[in-house]
Design a protein around this ligand. Structure first.
Ligand SMILES: [Zn+2]
Length: 68
């Protein structure tokens, strides 16, 4: 929280699962104009959780998902 102005935009989400990585592009987020910090709403966070769970279940080495 740097006090910058938040604007709606998109961000890149990535997570390392150990056996592989998941990258989600074009994630809708509220992005700080000053530091670039992105905040996700609950719906988007839940969607990301499903994507990560799916990738974990299938043990894919690399998963790139486009959102929105
Ligand atoms: Zn900021």
């Amino acid at each position: 929280m740097c006090g910058g102005v938040r604007e709606s935009g998109t961000t890149l989400f990535s997570v390392d699962l150990g056996h592989g990585v998941v990258v989600v592009r074009n994630v809708p987020a509220s992005v700080c104009s000053q530091c670039g910090e992105a905040l996700l709403d609950d719906e988007t966070a839940g969607e990301l959780e499903r994507i990560v769970d799916d990738a974990r279940a299938h043990k894919r080495q690399a998963e790139v998902v486009e959102m929105g």
